[in-house]
Design a binder for this molecule. Structure first.
Ligand code: GUN
Length: 298
């Protein structure tokens, strides 16, 4: 039984992509070519291959150019760093994305920090993390930025609200907390060692779940009327659909949380589509900044 308003990330992301495509056409006319994203995939992780294919298709559909680089699973760090150096120095490339996770022989931090910060469309480089933390213009990680856009669309001004972010990853939890702090929320980051997580979460006007544990956040974690953002995308067995079948579920137990929340994002169709939309937005922003071009509001 769903009492909460459903936050439709799919519909919101489609409108955002339309605006990005319009601005990409505008920028293409100014710089004489479409904004260009290089996507690097190392190895044969099946989930990563699907994500990369989606990113490439959506980039092209928005009128931008995407260039794919596929490297073998046994690629060494030096070879990958050499490719990044080439892309950094390629004037025809505006954004570089290296799909994570990388194989064990490669140091992820070294790779992320080898990307020139102005082309770091994932916003993972330590310079972009530092710029975000100090309130300077930066490329912002796509998933938390997408969550913020959904929150602002639903709630308007977030100032003074209590926000609890469950999860402390560099990709989601930490930048999410920075973005909410910038909006004058009172922010707590919770994690696997947090004591009495349910009671803490139940103080949140905004509850962001980014733990990677299927349906861990249940209705008793939710303050009545709170806005719940579910970042999790977990593939779990679904024997009710037949032998060997799976379904996608979030980090939030949707039914019990929706019975208490004021609004909630579904999985799929909530945060997921926002991530790619924000990647396209970051690619456009990176291209415009590199050419010092002024384009309209996105
Ligand atoms: N792997 C999982 N999420 C992401 C992401 O947002 N960017 C990259 N580069 N890799 C990922």
């Amino acid at each position: 039984m769903t009492d909460a308003t459903l936050i439709d990330g799919k519909a919101f992301s489609e409108k955002l992509v339309e605006r990005v495509a319009e601005r990409a056409a505008e920028l293409s006319a100014i710089i004489g070519r479409p904004p260009a994203l290089a996507v690097v995939l190392v190895g044969d992780n099946a989930a990563s291959a699907v994500y990369v294919r989606n990113k490439i298709e959506r980039t092209t559909a928005a009128g931008m150019r995407s260039v794919e680089h596929r490297l073998d699973a046994d690629t060494g760090q030096a070879e990958l760093l050499a490719l990044i150096d080439e892309l950094n120095n390629d004037d025809g490339i505006d954004g570089i994305l290296v799909q994570l996770p990388l194989p064990d022989q490669i140091d992820e931090d070294a790779v992320i920090n080898a990307i020139t910060p102005d082309k770091d469309v994932d916003g993972f480089h330590v310079v972009n993390a530092g710029r975000l933390a100090t309130g300077q213009d930066s490329l912002v990680p796509c998933t938390p930025f997408g969550c913020l856009l959904l929150l602002q669309d639903h709630l308007g001004d977030l100032s003074g609200l209590n926000a609890v972010v469950v999860g402390r990853s560099n990709i989601v939890g930490k930048p999410m907390a920075q973005l909410l702090l910038q909006q004058s929320c009172t922010v707590t980051i919770a994690h696997s060692r947090t004591r009495d997580l349910a009671a803490l979460c139940a103080t949140a006007d905004i509850l962001v779940a980014a733990v990677g544990r299927p349906e861990m956040i249940t209705g008793d974690f939710v303050k009545p009327g709170a806005t719940v953002i579910d970042v999790g995308i977990n593939r779990v067995p679904a024997p009710e659909r037949g032998e060997g079948k799976f379904r996608l579920t979030g980090d939030v137990d949707f039914d019990s949380a929706a019975a208490v929340a004021g609004a909630i994002t579904p999985v799929p169709g909530g945060v997921g589509p926002m991530t790619i939309a924000c990647l396209l937005r970051n690619t456009l922003v990176a291209a415009a900044r590199r050419f010092d071009a002024t384009i309209g509001e996105i």
